[in-house]
Write a new protein. Structure first.
Length: 273
């Protein structure tokens, strides 16, 4: 498996002068996802939890709805100059009767770690129809729980503490219990890893949960929450206009600027107890 961090020498310049010191960098490597041997997407990610990433990706793209829809996930092909497996190609075998990905959502080209829906083959495929709508979820989350989530998320960011270079997503209960925290150079990959973790444990739809993110709330991340049935999505930074529009449409409580004791609640405020 690829390394999560990489050590590199750097020249540090400060008021005391110049020194050569080792620095820890967040690893970034490509992952090619295949379904039934057919390339589906390439994303730049932090190695680790690749099977979770694949399951979350297929869930949020509407290819699968539960754990039983995936028969097998295995590394294949990719080797380095010395013939060793790079663990950068993952092939997913769908269960019998599960339809392959629709051509409208295929991404047959390179996807950057900051990219989500920008790789869609057709704009009409962006507004995917979830099989786990959170609109009627009666979840209620106290303000005291919400304001504690950024610190709880940071506590689970072990690689960020060493590198300062990763996004994070965390799944929490309505009482603030941390279920899973995942880090990645791509914020959408971090979310896919968390949602894939849940899918592999038969927890989808994720009723009564809060998805907490370290960055901004963009359209594609709201979409991912909707596809997994997450009723509350919170972020430490701002949402986009389209993210708010989609959250309202899907019945998701969208919270932004969750910092200290304050927050902005953009949609479905009745869930904030």
């Amino acid at each position: 498996m690829g390394r999560v961090t990489v050590r590199r020498p750097v020249l540090r310049v400060d008021a005391s002068g110049r020194t050569r010191v080792p620095d820890a960098l967040a690893a970034e490597e490509p992952l090619e996802l295949r379904v039934g041997g057919r390339p589906l997407a390439v994303t730049m990610r932090t190695p680790g939890q690749d099977v979770e990433l694949a399951h979350g990706f297929l869930l949020t793209e509407g290819v699968v709805a539960d754990r039983g829809d995936v028969a097998l996930a295995r590394y294949c092909d990719g080797v380095d100059d010395e013939g060793r497996n790079t663990y950068n190609v993952l092939d997913i075998a769908l269960a019998p009767g599960v339809a392959p990905p629709d051509p409208g959502v295929e991404r047959n080209f390179y996807t950057t770690s900051s990219c989500g829906v920008c790789g869609k083959a057709a704009l009409d495929a962006v507004r995917l129809r979830t099989r786990h709508s959170p609109a009627d979820d009666p979840a209620a989350v106290p303000v005291s729980v919400l304001t504690g989530l950024p610190d709880a998320l940071r506590a689970g960011q072990k690689v960020f503490a060493a590198t300062g270079g990763l996004h994070a997503a965390g799944l929490f209960t309505a009482t603030g219990e941390a279920l899973a925290v995942r880090e990645d150079v791509g914020r959408h990959n971090a979310v896919d890893k968390v949602l894939g973790w849940a899918l592999l444990r038969d927890l989808v739809p994720l009723a009564g949960t809060v998805l907490m993110m370290s960055g901004r709330a963009s359209f594609e991340l709201v979409q991912k929450a909707a596809m997994a049935g997450v009723p509350v999505l919170a972020a430490v930074s701002a949402p986009s206009s389209l993210a708010v529009e989609l959250a309202e449409e899907q019945g998701i409580t969208l919270i932004g600027f969750l910092r200290g004791s304050s927050m902005n609640v953009y949609t479905r405020p009745e869930r904030v107890a």
